[in-house]
Design a binder for this molecule. Sequence first.
Ligand SMILES: [Zn+2]
Length: 277
Amino acid sequence: MMQRSMRLMGVVFCLFAGCVRAADKPAMELWRLDCGKFQINNVNLFSDVDAYGPGPKQLIGSCYLIRHGDTYMLWDTGLPVDVLNKPFTGKDDIESSLNITLVDQLKQLGLKPEQIGIVGLSHYHFDHTGQAAAFPQAKLMIGRGDAEQLRANPEGRGKAVTHWLKGDGNLDAVDGDRDVFGDRSVVMINLPGHTPGHHGLLIKLPVTGYVLLSGDAVHFAENLATDGVPSFNDDRAQSLASMARFKALAANHKAIAIIQHEPNDVKKLPTFPLSAK
Ligand SMILES: [Zn+2]
């Protein structure tokens, strides 16, 4: 009798609470994390055909947390903590500042840094590798061409990931596309051009559907609309091909396409600490 009424209570709770119990938590979740902000005082750095007017232009940095079952994966690790609360002066071509660290944001979700099992990096630039060192136990995944760039300059651009370059951490150099969990739910997409081993990330969520993260295959909306190639990209032809692939993948999967540095794309995902499911 007791058991029956307990079960009945469960059903009633289910009706009102949408059947959310610990055992029923969704298979996957995706959070957008704040990974900094930028003031671009020379916007034509982002166009090798001088398409843009004078600055300044404001951009953002974003990172992403994915829960796949019990495994947590970070996508990009943002600006380094040295630029925490750094004010903009209008003097440099590109200025950067961090509002909050990744570790402090994870704390708001009740997560400790050691619970991150995988750190995926879109590419080797400092605004994406900045806080990787906070997650030394994680497997580091990055395109092989970019892993080579880091190895070639361990004291400079490689400094943020010294732990893995020295062989103390698990570094997984990715060739082509990579199905991270083997179930097509999270796939690193080969989008070279900005850097030699640059990747985006295609995520398939159980309720939301597909989300496509750009890495820096494109930096802001006008870049994508006009096939704008920054003058500092590694390879122009590859950059154009990767932007075409990004657009076609997004269209074919009806994906929420997110340009990671575009302020207007922040609203495409729930506001932290809420997650997309
Ligand atoms: Zn970037």
